[in-house]
Each structure stands twice: as structure tokens, then as C-alpha cells.
Design a protein around this ligand. Structure first.
Ligand code: PLP
Length: 364
């Protein structure tokens, strides 16, 4: 058993914005309290700004990013629907699983992990799909997939995008790019703990919503009037009040700093980390030109590990001695690479400098 002193952890990589943690201390209102309803309306407005959309149906689903994924599929995909899905990492694969559980005929378009999916191959995969789905920022590989070309070429299909890791961290333009359904998560570039899934749905998609999806909790028909402000404010489920305070505060930080400035901060940190790793002889995993600044994937050079130490032990040492948590590799990178997140409040130059210095201390 260990007794780690949280004070020694310092500005750890999982720290949300300080304003967000203060928001958790606010008195808990009732979920139908007029002040709370006003706060939810503001969350919708703030989400519309960061998603760059005017979609009426824009709100935070109660649940983590996976709840956003489920809501995006169950409400728009039914038995026999053709869904084209791009897969170049874990989360594209998860989309296939969810779509199959909805009874969809999944047309899977694979690309090697570490490379982006060619958007034309998705557009060519089927003549008339109901939905084309892709992960904008693949957290398992650090690769950005193109949405804009899909929006231009989607035809009659709905374009569904996983924006869990992209929202707030890189350029994302829901309306200008023609994205119909997008979901995100709070714990990535919004700098809020996990617990909510921002979701936005175009009117074009709302026209095709399933009347009785295979979910009660995530049935948008039951909450859409409520969240668009057009229906009566009625009880559906008890909102996680404090999480809504938290996302309200996190979005407030992003808007005060400026969404573009926040993106620039992510980019500058990612660039500095990637340059620092390459200068130390590391080979980056994601293809140049499609690298995410907020998630860096990198091979660990075996000859740089101290005698008898595995890459996992280096990560443990980073965590215990320096308060830095980085992720292990997935797929091809498992046991051989790392995934390093710089997201939200943790996208700071000091974290880049600390990590590079810590690696200089540990590696040979
Ligand atoms: N999609 C992507 C791209 C993710 O990175 C994640 C989580 O890391 C998810 C979906 C699932 O989100 P959650 O773990 O919050 O349910």
C-alpha cells in the first residue's frame, strides 16, 4: 500500500483548470431551480461557440465521452442502416462496435495506425450510406483525420464525428465543415474532469432522428425539447449539477482566454514537445502533417532505457518522482511506445520542459 502525498504531485497532467475545481465547491442547486436552468442555457451557448455551430440541439450529455458516442449512434442508426466508419485506432473500432449493436450494416474502412484515413476512401466505400463516421482526433495514435472533405462530399449521408480529443485543442468547425452529429468529452482539451459528453446535432440530422431508439436514457426525443428550450422544462433525469458547474467554468476559461489562443497554446506545446523528443533521437509514431499537438505518440528507443528497466517502469518513475503521468502505447505501440497528452490546463510549456528534463534524468 502506498500513501502518496498529493502536494508532491504538483501541476500533474490530469489537473483541470483551477476555476473548474472552485466551481465544484458551489452550493448545489436543485436541477429545476431557475438559476440552474439559466446555467444550463449558458453551457449550451458556450458549447455552440467552441463547437462553432448554431445548432439548437447542443448540450452536455450526462455521462463520459462514450455516452456521447452511444447517443450519437442510437438516435440516428437503426437495423439495416449502412454506416461507413473509418478505423485507424481504438476509437474508430469502438464506433463499429456501437453501430453493430444498433443493427447497422457497418462498412469499415481501415487505415494503418499512425496514418490518417484518406477521406476519399470513406466517400467511395458505399454509394448511399445513411451515416459516415470518423474520429477527428484518434487518441490511441495521435493522428488527426480530415472532416472538411467528408462534409463537402457526404451527399445525402449524415456526417458523424468523434470530437472527444479535438474539441478545444485543434481547429473544429461544425457548421462550416458540414458535420451533422458530433460529441466530445470534458476531460480532454476542455480542462474539466471526466463526466459529461458535449453533443451537437444539426437540424438536418434532427429530421432523421429515430422515434424510439434502443435507449431510454439517451433518447434525444425525450430531452431535445428540454435542451433546445422549445419544449417544457420537465424532469427527465437528475442532472449532475456539479459537473455542469464544472463545464460552465471550464468553457468560461476557454472563452476568456479565447478559443483561438487556447488552440495556439496546445499547438505551441505540442510542437515544443515533438521537437524536443526528436532532438533527443526519439521517433514520432504519427505521420507528419497529421500529428495532433495535444496527443503525441512516440516510439521508445530500447537502447535508451537504463539497464533492466522497461518502458512501463520509466512511466512509473515519471509518475512517482516527477508527478508526470504519460500513457502507454496501444496496438503496435503497446510496450514499445508512449502517448503523451498536453490538454486543457496541462498544455503548458512548464510541463513540456519538466517532462523533457525528467527524461534526460532517467534515460541513458
Ligand atoms: N473517443 C475518443 C477519441 C477518446 O479518446 C475517448 C476516451 O479517451 C472516448 C471516445 C471515450 O470517452 P470516455 O472514456 O470519456 O467515455
Amino acid at each position: 500500500m502506498t500513501h502518496r502525498d498529493p502536494i508532491l504531485m504538483g501541476p500533474g497532467p490530469c489537473n483541470p483548470y483551477p476555476e473548474v475545481m472552485e466551481a465544484f465547491a458551489r452550493p448545489v442547486l436543485g436541477h429545476l431551480d431557475p438559476d440552474f436552468i439559466g446555467l444550463m442555457d449558458e453551457v449550451g451557448d458556450r458549447l455552440r461557440t467552441v463547437f462553432r455551430t448554431t445548432n439548437r440541439l447542443t448540450f452536455a450529455v450526462s455521462g463520459t465521452g462514450s455516452a456521447g458516442m452511444e447517443a450519437a449512434f442510437v438516435n440516428f442508426v437503426g437495423p439495416g442502416d449502412v454506416v461507413v466508419i473509418g478505423v485507424n485506432g481504438v476509437f474508430g473500432g469502438r464506433m463499429c462496435d456501437v453501430a453493430e449493436r444498433c443493427g447497422a450494416e457497418v462498412v469499415r474502412v481501415d487505415a494503418p495506425w499512425g496514418t490518417p484515413i484518406d477521406p476519399q476512401s470513406l466517400l467511395d466505400a458505399h454509394p448511399s450510406p445513411a451515416v459516415i463516421a470518423v474520429v477527428h482526433a484518434e487518441t490511441s495514435t495521435g493522428v488527426r483525420n480530415d472532416l472538411e472533405v467528408l462534409g463537402t462530399g457526404k451527399g445525402d449521408a449524415l456526417l458523424l464525428a468523434d470530437c472527444v480529443t479535438s474539441l478545444g485543442g485543434i481547429d473544429l468547425q461544425i457548421d462550416a465543415w458540414g458535420v451533422d452529429i458530433a460529441y466530445s468529452g470534458t476531460q480532454k482539451c476542455l480542462g474539466v474532469p471526466p463526466g459529461l459528453a458535449p453533443l451537437t446535432v444539426s437540424d438536418r440530422a434532427l429530421d432523421r432522428i429515430r422515434q424510439r431508439p434502443q435507449s431510454w436514457y439517451l433518447d434525444l426525443n425525450m430531452i431535445a425539447g428540454y435542451v433546445t428550450g422549445e419544449g417544457a422544462r420537465a424532469y427527465h433525469h437528475t442532472a449532475p449539477i456539479s459537473m455542469l458547474y464544472a463545464i460552465h467554468a471550464g468553457l468560461g476559461v476557454v472563452l476568456d482566454e479565447g478559443p483561438e489562443a487556447v488552440r495556439d497554446r496546445h499547438q505551441a506545446c505540442g510542437d515544443a514537445l515533438q521537437a524536443g523528443l526528436e532532438a533527443r533521437g526519439f521517433e514520432l509514431f504519427a505521420q507528419e502533417g497529421s500529428r495532433l499537438p495535444q496527443l503525441t505518440s512516440v516510439w521508445v528507443p530500447a537502447d535508451r532505457l537504463p539497464d533492466g528497466m522497461t518502458e512501463a517502469q520509466v512511466r512509473t518513475r515519471l509518475l512517482f518522482d516527477y508527478g508526470i503521468e504519460i500513457g502507454g502505447g496501444l496496438g503496435e505501440l503497446a510496450g514499445k511506445g508512449w502517448r503523451i497528452g498536453l490538454m486543457g490546463h496541462t498544455a503548458r510549456r512548464r510541463n513540456v520542459t519538466l517532462l523533457l528534463a525528467a527524461l534526460d534524468d532517467i534515460l541513458v
